[in-house]
Design a protein around this ligand. Structure first.
Ligand code: SAH
Length: 360
């Protein structure tokens, strides 16, 4: 047990002020954070050009990392999945995917999820809490630390457990730090935030004037079907979601992606593809189809490759840009809430775990 403060959760000024108050020069704070960001330190002890006494003082009141690695699974296709334990015992999943010269991490934003999408494992037990800025950053750094030293993270997707925009206040400072020269120096355009589609939060994000990509989980082309699959839609409405996405595009200039989980026989019919094309044709939008990763206990199936191909052809013929997401990490349950669920006992024994996803 510890009530020490995680350095990645503090405002950079807090650590500096604390260090200065103890009589050390301000640059020591930067040095400590560089050790974590650049030199992959996970403890103060490792920071061997920081005075030993300062390291000991830090260690009494701060932690370099507050999370611990509870599980590390590796899949032969180059996917690593970590289950991190937070100081309160809650666990979060995050994934590293390697493909060609891309190194992509996928992080979670909440413990559980409050959106209740009927096909998703993450929301089955509701939302417990938002992850802190430090917990968001620790997922990224723990995964980055798995890479060979000469490799850097190239992309980040906020597509793990939780509703990203419900935790905007911690998410944006975390992403901004990752994109700053003090952090990992990542490009904002290499980061994608996936949301169930909360119009007010999308507008708020647009007004922050960042260059993060927005991916909206649409999953259905009509109000009726979306109400069934994405219950929060009853409150917000498909039209408002699309309008907010349009506003995001206008303000940021970033093309919006609409994600569409394909559920066999439910939303993968020809009429759905036609309606989807009608809805998006006039927009500079992109559709990313995600063949469903079955979740044990839920009555949904993955469409056949043929059904996926037909859907792609129909949407494309309808004048809309579309791609299919590749599944990665199947053997290690590398998707939203799957590993945590298996380990916590509610989904034990299912053989075909879902995979994390990477753009095809
Ligand atoms: N709350 C955010 C992030 C969630 S996860 C959102 O809704 O976008 C990212 C994507 O994975 C979402 O589109 C989500 O609907 C989808 N997803 C959830 N469970 C899935 C499953 N079993 N198979 C395939 N995609 C799934």
């Amino acid at each position: 047990m510890t009530d020490r403060r995680p350095i990645l959760n503090a405002d950079p000024d807090d650590l500096r002020d604390w260090i200065v108050a103890r009589g050390y020069p301000a640059y020591r704070a930067k040095q400590v954070l560089r050790w974590v960001a650049e030199r992959r330190a996970v403890s103060f002890e490792m920071m061997n050009d920081v005075p030993k006494r300062l390291r000991e003082e830090l260690d009494a009141e701060w932690t370099a990392f507050a999370t611990t690695i509870d599980h590390h699974d590796t899949s032969p296709d180059g996917t690593d999945k970590l289950l991190l334990a937070c100081p309160d015992g809650r666990r979060v999943e995050c994934v590293l995917m390697a493909e060609d010269d891309r190194r992509t991490v996928c992080i979670s934003t909440q413990v559980g999820c409050g959106m209740g999408c009927v096909f998703c494992a993450s929301g089955m037990k509701g939302v417990v809490r938002n992850l802190t800025k430090g917990e968001l950053l620790e997922q990224v750094l723990r995964l980055r630390n798995l890479l060979p030293v000469e490799e850097r993270l190239t992309n980040l997707v906020v597509m793990g457990m939780g509703e990203s925009l419900a935790n905007l206040d911690n998410l944006i400072p975390a992403l901004d730090w990752l994109c700053s020269p003090d952090g990992l120096g990542m490009g904002q355009r290499r980061i994608t935030i996936s949301t169930v589609g909360l119009p007010e939060k999308i507008i708020k994000l647009a007004e922050m004037d960042r260059q993060y990509n927005l991916a909206v989980s649409l999953h259905a082309p009509t109000e009726e079907l979306r109400n069934e699959l994405v219950p929060i839609n009853e409150k917000v409405g498909l039209t408002a979601v699309i309008e907010a996405a349009d506003a995001y595009f206008r303000r940021s200039g970033r093309q919006v992606t609409f994600e569409y989980v394909m559920l066999s026989g439910v939303n993968d019919r020809r009429e759905d593809a036609l309606a989807l094309a009608d809805l998006l044709r006039a927009r500079k939008a992109h559709v990313n189809l995600i063949p469903y990763n079955p979740v044990e206990g839920l009555p949904f199936g993955r469409p056949s490759p043929d059904a996926v191909r037909r859907f792609v052809d129909t949407v494309r013929a309808g004048g809309v840009s579309v791609s299919v997401r590749k599944t990665k990490g199947r053997p290690i349950d590398a998707a939203c809430g799957q590993l945590r669920r298996r380990l916590e006992g509610s989904g034990a024994g299912h053989e075909s775990g879902p995979g994390s996803t990477i753009e095809a």
